[in-house]
Design a protein around this ligand. Structure first.
Ligand SMILES: [Zn+2]
Length: 326
């Protein structure tokens, strides 16, 4: 639960002061999130124009040389957007189109048959609402809007005390480098696998108050699975072992850590391990045992923290476990 690996807490919060554990959730049950589908169904009619914006890529399509499809149809904060670009039937699209979301370029990769795909991360730190989407290819530019819906994340209140473990630049730099990887090859295939057994004890995106003050930069950047020390941990998808970090080498917050590069900007992390069975550079298959659940680093009970990054941001892994992305 402890780790937001992208997070370097402001000094006044003091990473060294963390003193809480995997099983102490501090969750205010009254603020549990509710399914996005319910949120949408409860929207008033005044929201209708906004909802229509979400579908505008479909509604506004006219005969152009470029078809653009955004999935899923309903996107909420934390979700990964898939933007599919393809030519009109009978036409070709041999050069990669460019895709910009909210003015920022997104890596685009070939899926074959003249189809191209971009993955766009969203996180709880962003504002919900519309995003501009500009796709250029075949001498055509499509200007569209995508609606990213709000999502209510549960909150925790954390009261910090002195004397917890101190994180090191080494571990944070390694994790930053992993998150920044955009390897051209695609190693994963289809739906990701649940990385270990045991219940999810801390969900994605939970926000925090530290000593009564809301932490604007914090959200839980993954899923925590509680399982006994030694429980096997598997690779959620095929990939290359890009990071092996050990507590003894300075991974004091993350604990024994594996980072997998699945290619095309998608990486996963496995933290607090008791055992590591792979070496950097190894290629692993989906489902291959790579280590075991443990209690290393900033953790007060055996659990696996599992995180999934897309193009530099920690997204909700759940959609990757239920359907996945092409
Ligand atoms: Zn965690």
């Amino acid at each position: 639960m402890v780790i937001g690996s992208a997070l370097r807490l402001p000094a006044q919060w003091g990473v060294s002061q963390w003193n809480f554990g995997a099983h102490i959730c501090y969750i205010d049950k009254k603020m549990n999130s509710y399914p996005a589908i319910m949120m949408l169904s409860s929207l008033k009619l005044t929201w209708l124009p906004a909802i229509l914006l979400m579908f505008s890529p479909v509604l506004t399509t006219v005969a152009t040389a470029l078809q653009v499809t955004v999935r899923p149809e309903r996107v909420n904060l934390g979700d990964t957007l898939k933007i599919l670009v393809e030519p009109e039937p009978g036409e070709t699209l041999t050069e990669a189109p460019t895709v910009k979301v909210a003015g920022e370029s997104v890596p685009v990769f070939a899926l074959g048959n003249h189809r191209w795909r971009a993955l766009v991360p969203t996180t709880p730190l962003e504002q919900h609402g519309r995003r501009s989407l500009v796709v250029t290819g075949n001498n055509t530019t499509r200007n569209m809007l995508v609606w990213v819906g709000d999502r209510r994340f549960p909150t925790q209140s954390i009261w910090l005390r002195e004397g917890g473990p101190q994180g090191t630049d080494h571990e944070f730099d390694r994790m930053d480098a992993l998150r920044a990887m955009v390897t051209p090859q695609k190693f994963w295939n289809g739906t990701f696998r649940r990385p270990t057994s045991g219940p999810v004890t801390t969900g994605y995106g939970i926000r925090r108050y530290y000593n009564g003050v809301f932490a604007n930069d914090y959200y839980h950047r993954g899923l925590d699975y509680a399982a006994p020390t030694g429980t096997p941990v598997i690779a959620a998808a095929a990939g290359r072992v890009a990071v092996v970090g050990r507590e003894s080498d300075g991974f004091l917050i993350h604990g024994n850590t594996i980072g997998l590069d699945h290619g095309q900007g998608v990486t996963t992390v496995y933290l607090h391990l008791s055992r590591i069975d792979v070496r950097e550079g190894d290629m692993v298959q989906a489902g291959q045992v790579i280590g075991a659940v443990g209690n290393t680093g900033a953790s007060t009970g055996p659990h696996l923290h599992w995180g999934l990054n897309v193009n530099g941001k920690n997204v909700d892994p759940q959609p990757w476990l239920s359907g996945g992305f092409e």
